[in-house]
Each structure stands twice: as C-alpha cells, then as structure tokens.
Design a protein around this ligand. Structure first.
Ligand code: OMP
Length: 295
C-alpha cells in the first residue's frame, strides 16, 4: 500500500512537465494482455512489465500518464498498478499521474474513492463523474493539491444520449426557455466555477466532438481540458487543438501502446508514435495560435 507523499500540486507538476518535455501529450496506460507481444501474450502477470517499458520509452515525451484502473482491477492486479505508479515516480520524475476511474457516488462512498485514489494509489489527479451532483464531488475537494477532471462531453458515441440535451436555465426568469443551455455546458460551468473551490478542477472533453469543445471554451475559457479520443477513436487533432485554445492534455492510449501491432519492438514503436503525436500537437497548436493572432 502506498501513502500520500508531498509533491507540488497537480497543476504545477503538469505545467512543468509540459514545458520540460515540450509536450501536451498524456499517454494512457490501458494494458490488455491479449495485445501483448509474445511471450507475454495473455499473461496478466505482465501488466507491470508492459506498462513500465512504455513509460521508460516515453518519459521525456509526455506531460502526464493516465493509468485506467479497470484494466488492473478486472484482473485483480491492483498490486501491479501500485508498482507501476512507484515506477513512474522513479523513471519519469515530475510527470504527474492521472488515475482514470470516473468515480461518482454519494458523499460517504466518495470519501472512500478519494482515499483510494489519493492515499492508496497516491495519484496526482482523478477523473470523476458529475452526474450525482456537488455532494458526490465534494469529498475530492479535501485534497486541494490534487487535480480533478470532471466528465463533461465524453468521446464515446453514447455521450450524446444525455450530455447534449438542452436544459432550462437555472433561473426562474420568465424569459428562460428550453434550449438555453446544453447539459454538458452546465457541467462545465458548475465544475469550473461553482464547484471549483480550490482551483483544482478541469474537464474531460472528447476529441471526437471538437465543436462541443468550442462550446465548452465559451463557458470555461481557462479550465484545464483532458482530451481523449485521438488515435483509436478517430478524433480530429487539428480541429480539437483549434477549439481547445491551449491549457489541455491530449490523451492517447491504444494508438501508442499497440503502435507495433503486437510486435516485440512495442516500446520503440510506442516511442516513435508518442514523438510523432507530440510533435503533431505542437504543430497544430502553433498553427492555431498564428491563425488567432491574424487580424
Ligand atoms: O476519462 C477518460 O479518460 C475518458 C473519457 C472519455 O470521454 N473517453 C475516453 O476514451 N476516456 C478514456 O481515455 C482512454 C482512451 O483510449 P484510446 O481510445 O485507446 O486512446 C481510455 O482509457 C478511456 O477510458
């Protein structure tokens, strides 16, 4: 079991790592044994070895790592996740760890999830669901140095089932009518302002919906954005970077982890893909900022 150690706040670690590695790339650690190269294929005892090799190959190219807890928990391999987190601290010092668990439950249970993320795993940041409202998010605010990424407009096709519904505005003004605000815009406003007591909150916004990232930016111009959906989910990098206007991390998991197919050179291939993507993000960010500064 890991304990909480004293490190700079998540936001500071992220910004310093981004600057040091000239990178807005977050590599997602979603290890699937069926996709491991031989002789590790289907070996659930190799989650640590596989992910550690990815970390060793990409430590100077990223601004964060995002292990997905389900890939470990499903195999009863939380111990390997603990070892991996300890390894990242040594092999990629100063690179923050975002635990992707998408937690959301009543306050008493959320307290336990917060302990799990920030004490047991000692993560720097956590993904959480806003669906159960403020009291379900409040327990995480007791760890003000840690980051929280609140699901806002997710990258999956079903994200539109609820998140894009038009809702009435909160005020009872006679002029209020359906269509004033979309549900994910309300989430952006709540998470970035009303719930953001210690300035630790960011939003999750999928690269598969760049037009909605623009709408998020209209509501929350400064909020850190965790953007998944590039690579395996087919998100549009140029449109995403244009819409996000800085202060973002772009996550890629499968397209980096399995860049070699399942070849034994997986770590070298992951490094090549991480470098390509980091540079492509930087290229698009430069192009977008040049376009914005034109009269
Ligand atoms: O919170 C997340 O990280 C997340 C939010 C979202 O809207 N979409 C999404 O894909 N994710 C996660 O981001 C990763 C995306 O993986 P790839 O599609 O392989 O790059 C997975 O770990 C997902 O669980």
């Amino acid at each position: 079991m890991l304990g909480m150690t004293s490190r700079p706040p998540f936001i500071q670690q992220w910004q310093e790592a981004a600057e040091r590695n000239n990178s807005a790339l977050c590599v997602g650690l979603d290890p699937e044994p069926s996709r491991f190269p031989a002789p590790w294929t289907n070996d659930s005892l190799r989650l640590f070895d596989f992910c550690a090799a990815i970390v060793d190959a990409t430590a100077d190219l990223v601004c964060a790592y995002k292990p997905q807890i389900a890939y470990f928990a499903a195999l009863g391999a939380e111990g390997q996740l603990e070892r991996l987190i300890a390894h990242i601290r040594k092999a990629a010092p100063g690179v923050p760890i975002i635990l992707d668990a998408k937690r959301g439950d009543i306050g008493a249970t959320a307290q336990q999830y917060a302990r799990e993320a920030f004490e047991r795993f000692d993560a720097d940041a956590l993904t959480v669901s806003p669906y159960m409202g403020f009291d379900s998010v409040e327990p995480y605010l007791h760890y003000p140095e840690r980051g929280l990424f609140v699901l806002c407009r997710t990258s999956n096709p079903g994200g539109a089932d609820l998140q894009t519904l038009a809702i009435a505005t909160a005020s009872a003004k006679p002029s209020a009518h359906l269509g004033d605000e979309l549900l994910f815009e309300r989430v952006a406003r709540l998470a970035a302002f009303d719930w953001n007591r210690h300035g630790q909150n960011g939003l999750v916004a999928g690269a598969t919906n760049p037009a909605d990232i623009e709408r998020i930016r209209a509501v929350a111009p400064e909020a850190p954005l965790l953007i998944p959906g590039i690579g395996a989910q087919g998100g549009d990098l140029a449109a995403t970077v244009r819409a996000a206007r800085g202060n973002f991390l772009i996550n890629a998991s499968r397209s980096v982890l399995y860049a070699s197919g399942n070849g034994r050179d997986f770590a070298d291939a992951a490094r090549r893909e991480a470098r390509r993507l980091r540079d492509a993000i930087n290229h698009e960010a430069h192009a977008a900022s040049t376009a914005r500064s034109k009269p």
